[in-house]
Design a protein around this ligand. Structure first.
Ligand code: F6R
Length: 250
């Protein structure tokens, strides 16, 4: 696990985007795994700048979102179908036909989850997985006590996660209760993972992920076993790392 501590969130976005771009360049059909939420927005903005400058071409790339709410129409502005289109597909000039999001509206969610796994396999597997981390240590929507071997599956969202995401909705009762998410096993299959975290509200989860025991109570701790994972933090998110002097500071 490589850990980089940046001055601020803007630098996190640039440093993380450069790592993602490095792994995607030179591949004929690169495959990028896509997190939603606030954390990767600066990363996507810098990737878009690389695309605009001609330093990166993602027109032949495949994209797979990590997760989607169950029962939220794809047209809803906070559905991850809509968010990924707005923040990734369009600005990174990706081919919309090659960018997929789990189908949280499917009548058969088990079947939709299996198809999603097959689509990732058919594309050749994920080259670079972009990740954020929840304040409770979730990655994707794999909440505490999710099996480390899990594949794409339907999950209930914890109250903490629903509260964290309530800012995107008008009222708490509009926040979905379930999601379809890539599993921890799916995420661990990625060749490279780049996790970004900023802000003091992430500091406890970040410290537990990097320094704590690998335990299903802290889903992100499984990344300690990932063969090529890069964690890019700002000072606030790194504040509770006992080992912070050990890591690379920019
Ligand atoms: C979203 C996802 C989640 C978020 C996490 C952090 O696709 O996979 O694990 O990365 O909830 O969310 P933000 O970045 O909004 O703090």
């Amino acid at each position: 696990m490589e850990v980089v501590i940046c001055r601020d969130a803007a630098q996190v976005g640039i440093v993380a985007a450069e790592k993602v771009a490095d792994r995607l360049r030179g591949r004929a059909n690169p495959v990028i795994g896509l997190a939603t939420g606030s954390s990767p927005l600066d990363l996507y903005a810098h990737l878009a700048k690389l695309v605009d400058d001609g330093a990166l071409d993602l027109s032949q790339a495949y994209g797979f979102a990590l997760d989607e709410y169950v029962g939220l129409a794809h047209e809803h502005p906070e559905s991850y179908h809509a968010v990924i289109h707005r923040t990734v597909t369009e600005p990174l000039r990706m081919n919309p036909a090659r960018v997929r999001v789990p189908n949280g509206m499917a009548a058969d969610l088990v079947g939709a989850a299996q198809q999603y796994e097959e689509a990732i396999r058919a594309a050749g597997g994920v080259d670079v997985q972009v990740l954020g981390i929840g304040s409770n240590g979730h990655i994707g929507f794999n909440e505490p006590f999710t099996s480390f071997g899990s594949r794409t599956h339907r999950v209930p969202l914890t109250e903490q996660t629903r509260n964290d995401n309530a800012r995107f909705f008008d009222s708490m009762d509009q926040v979905p209760t379930h999601a379809l998410t890539q599993g921890l096993g799916t995420i661990m299959d990625s060749r490279t993972a780049v996790l970004v975290a900023t802000g003091e509200h992430k500091a406890d989860a970040v410290a537990a992920m990097i320094e704590g025991p690998v335990a299903i109570a802290m889903p992100a701790s499984i990344l300690q076993f990932h063969p090529d994972v890069h964690v890019v933090l700002d000072e606030a998110a790194a504040a509770k790392l006992a080992s912070r002097d050990h890591f690379h500071k920019l």
